[in-house]
Design a protein around this ligand. Structure first.
Ligand code: NAP
Length: 251
C-alpha cells in the first residue's frame, strides 16, 4: 500500500475471521485501523490483540452506524479505507425460510452494508477506497443459501452503482467474492458438529484447489484494492475462491 502511514481504515466485523486478518494486514502496512463488531467482549479482545481501536456497533441498527461514524469523525476526522465486511451466514432451504431469518440476514449483509456506506460517505476522503466483502454465492445456486446468496448479489449490484456515482469524488468501490474460507462463520450457524464437518468436506471437494481459503489470503486482496496501486480499479468484483466458481461439477 502506498503511503499507508497516512491512511485511516475502518474494518466492520474486524473482531474475527477475514475482518481480523485484514485489520492485521492493514496495520502491518502502517495504516491506522479501527475495527468494529457486535460483541463488546470480542471487540475488546481483538482490539487488544491487534493493538488497534475497537468500537462496538451493530450494523443492523442504522442508529448504531451513525454513532460509530460520529465517534470515528471525532477521533480521526476523515477516513481513507472502508472495509464493509460484517456479515452472517444463516442457511435454510427454500420452503423453510422464516421472516426472522430473512430480515436478520438481509438486515446485516445488505442493509447493514448499504447504510455503513451511506453514513460513512460524509467522512470519506475524496479518493477513498470502499471494499465490500461479498461471496461467490452471489453467482451460485448452492442449496440452503437462497437468502445469503441474494444478500450478496444485492451487495454486488449496489457496488456497481455506487462505483459510478462516487467516481466524481474519485472514491473507488469494489467487491471481493471469496469461496469457502476457514473462519468461525460456519460454527455460528448452529449446525451440529457432524453436519458441519460433512458440509466442510463437501465444500472442499467442490473447490478445484481442494482446500478452504485462509483469511490472510483474502486480506491481501483487500489490502491491494485499498492501496493506491489499485487506483484505476473501481466497480469491479474479484473472485478469490480456489476456482469454485468455475467448477464444472464433475471432478
Ligand atoms: N468464511 C467464508 O467462507 C466466507 C465466504 C464468502 C464470504 N464471506 C463473508 O465474509 C465476511 C466475514 O465473515 P467471516 O467468514 O470472517 O466470519 P466471522 O469470523 O464470523 O466474522 C464475521 C464478523 O462480522 C461481525 N458481525 C456479524 N454481524 C454483525 C453486525 N450485525 N454488526 C456488526 N458486526 C457484525 C462479527 O462480529 P460479532 O462476532 O461481534 O458478531 C464478526 O466480526 C462476511 O460478510 C461473510 O458473509 C465469508
Amino acid at each position: 500500500m502506498k503511503n499507508p502511514e497516512n491512511k485511516v481504515a475502518v474494518v466492520t466485523g474486524g473482531n474475527s475471521g477475514i475482518g481480523y486478518a485484514t485489520a492485521q494486514k492493514l496495520k502491518s502496512e502502517g495504516a491506522t485501523v479501527i475495527i468494529t463488531g457486535r460483541s463488546a467482549e470480542k471487540v475488546e479482545q481483538a482490539s487488544k490483540e491487534l493493538a488497534v481501536r475497537g468500537i462496538v456497533a451493530d450494523v443492523s441498527q442504522v442508529s448504531a452506524i451513525e454513532h460509530l461514524v460520529s465517534q470515528v469523525k471525532e477521533l480521526y476526522g476523515q477516513i481513507d479505507i472502508l472495509f464493509v465486511n460484517a456479515g452472517i451466514f444463516a442457511p435454510a432451504p427454500v420452503g423453510q425460510i422464516s421472516e426472522e431469518m430473512f430480515d436478520q440476514q438481509m438486515g446485516i449483509n445488505f442493509k447493514g452494508a448499504v447504510f455503513t456506506i451511506e453514513k460513512f460517505l460524509p467522512i470519506l476522503k475524496d479518493g477513498a477506497s470502499i471494499i465490500n466483502l461479498s461471496s461467490v454465492n452471489a453467482y451460485t445456486g448452492m442449496a440452503n443459501t437462497a437468502i445469503y446468496a441474494a444478500s450478496k448479489a444485492a451487495l454486488n449490484s449496489f457496488t456497481r452503482t455506487a462505483a459510478t456515482e462516487l467516481a466524481p469524488r474519485k472514491i473507488r468501490v469494489n467487491a471481493v467474492n471469496p469461496g469457502p474460507v476457514a473462519t468461525p462463520i460456519f460454527g455460528k450457524t448452529g449446525m451440529p458438529e457432524e453436519q458441519l464437518n460433512g458440509f466442510a468436506q463437501a465444500m472442499q471437494n467442490r473447490v478445484p484447489l481442494k482446500r478452504f481459503g485462509e483469511p490472510t489470503e483474502i486480506a491481501k486482496l483487500v489490502a491491494f484494492l485499498a492501496s493506491d496501486d489499485a487506483a484505476f480499479i473501481t466497480g469491479g468484483e474479484y473472485n478469490i475462491d480456489g476456482g469454485i466458481n468455475i467448477n464444472p461439477g464433475i471432478m
